[in-house]
Design a protein around this ligand. Structure first.
Ligand code: ADP
Ligand code: MG
Length: 459
């Protein structure tokens, strides 16, 4: 599989919102909540719902109509990208259309930011739709005879914002999606990818907390599509919208989603993080889907890292470092400060020299920290750093602390099916023979100023 060079940029790391979104306290209202939603198209929708509720299969209700959505319940947390994924015809569009009131639910309820959207009057529905939900469509749905800027400004026009102000705002948003200077063109002058950026800009102009995107990238060719996925995550980093994103493509779902709902034949069969779905598919159906996933774009460094072992505290001396390298059969180790922030690495050769010289501190002899990665970097961005790092790749958390390490074998193993971690370690160059280390350790005195805490790094 080939990947566009853009994937090497930081844009393809997951947005920081991925983590907080899953840790929303119970007091925060969900951005969207669907409860036992049903939608049946046809002659006798209510009869079909009754039958489905008492256990009928979808096929058993075809005389009453098409059960497009069956008993769907889920909550979307503020700031998360919630993906609804399923094959064509599984009911995805019908769900998203119930979320914004374009379809009336046959049964069940939808709440937006704690307020009922189902069962409200037409005026209330219009205002909820205008103020809280913006939609991006698969086929862009741009107005062909209006300029790009006028298309983007459209939601503002509906709100009665004056022309100068709304066009200024539109051009600002166009810059945000990489279309600076295109405002005066007609949509037909733009490529598909650019037109969809206009679609996104228009949704952003509505300035709602929630974006609904129905197969927004599905009409684009694969390379453009990848680029758009990256840019959406990049935008999301700063905008932190709540996004419901629909796709039939599991790779896209896995790449974008903080959580994914998998649909089959009108029902939601699993809801989970990409990693949940990848490593613990709820049933054979999901498992089949998952076989084709490009794990390199889904799993993050944090998903596959191992404990940083050994890790030497800066206050420890060369003897301690050397002993730990001997025991772990490694030729170098990471040295961190008290906060676990990495300071550099010490090699067994250097530590041995220090021991021989009776030197008590490691600090003067550290080699610079090799390239490190963030815990939310996707595996695909780890290959180059991993090859360049003489030690198992250092993984830092958001505060710059050493959170774990990834040996090259672990990185490779993570790309295959099955467990995502291995205990093996790869080390270059060859460590010193332990007999040689023992001879040096035995022939010299203990580290100066070493306290019990020096063994903290040993696990
Ligand atoms: N307006 C409609 N009238 C009748 N049947 C519909 C209508 N919209 C969707 N359906 C049917 O509902 C099912 C789910 O459709 P849809 O929600 O569009 O699926 P998806 O978006 O996952 O492809 C399909 O069987 C489709 O034919
Ligand atoms: Mg659809």
């Amino acid at each position: 599989m080939t990947h566009p060079p853009a994937l090497q940029t930081p844009a393809s790391t997951r947005p920081a919102s991925a983590t907080p979104a899953s840790a929303t306290p119970a007091s925060v209202k969900p951005a969207l909540a669907a409860k036992n939603l049903f939608k049946v198209f046809g002659r006798a929708p209510q009869a079909a719902v009754d039958k489905l509720r008492s256990g009928a299969r979808r096929e058993d209700t075809t005389d009453d109509g098409t059960a497009a959505v069956i008993d769907a319940s889920f909550e979307v947390k503020p700031g998360e990208i919630f993906v609804i994924m399923g094959l064509s015809g599984s009911g995805k569009s019908t769900i998203i259309r119930m979320l914004n009131g374009l379809h009336e639910a046959t049964a069940g309820s939808v709440e937006v930011q704690g307020d009922a959207l189902t069962g409200v009057g037409a005026a209330r529905l219009r205002s909820l739709r205008r103020d809280r939900l913006a939609m991006v469509f698969q086929h862009f749905a741009l107005l062909p005879h209006r300029t790009v800027a006028a298309n983007v400004a459209y939601p503002l026009e509906l709100r009665g914002v004056g022309k100068t102000e709304r066009l200024a705002k539109a051009n600002e948003i166009l810059a945000l999606v990489g279309l600076e200077g295109w405002g005066d063109k007609l949509p037909s002058a733009l490529s598909g990818g650019m037109q969809q950026r206009v679609g996104i800009a228009r949704a952003l102009a509505a300035d709602t907390d929630i974006l609904l995107m129905d197969e927004a990238f599905s009409a684009l060719d694969p390379l453009i599509r990848r680029e758009m996925q990256e840019q959406l995550l990049e935008l999301q980093r700063t905008l932190k919208k709540t996004i419901v994103f629909i796709t039939h493509d599991l790779n896209e779902a896995m790449f974008l989603g903080d959580r994914i709902a998998v649909m089959r034949d009108g029902r939601i069969v699993q809801i989970g993080t990409p990693e949940d779905i990848l490593t613990d598919p709820a049933n054979d159906y999901v498992e089949q889907f998952v076989q084709d996933v490009d794990r390199a774009r889904v799993l993050t460094a944090g998903n596959v890292m191992e404990r940083p072992r050994p890790r030497v505290d800066a206050s420890a001396g060369p003897r301690t470092a050397l002993r730990q390298m001997r025991d772990a059969y490694m030729s170098a180790v990471y040295v961190t400060d008290r906060d676990r922030k990495p300071l550099g690495i010490i090699t067994d050769r250097d530590a041995m020299k220090l021991v021989r010289a009776g030197e008590g501190s490691l600090l003067g002899t550290l080699k610079p920290l090799p390239q490190s990665v963030r815990d939310d970097d996707v595996l695909m961005n780890l290959f180059v750093p991993s090859v360049e790092s003489p030690l198992p790749l250092a993984v830092l958390d958001a505060d710059g602390r050493l959170a774990g390490v990834i040996p090259r074998v672990t990185l490779l193993a993570a790309l295959g099916p099955g467990p995502t971690s291995t205990e093996e370690l790869t080390v270059l160059p060859q460590p010193l023979p332990s007999a040689e280390i023992d001879a040096v350790l035995d022939g010299t005195s203990a580290d100066a100023g070493v306290t019990a805490s020096e063994t903290e790094g040993v696990r």
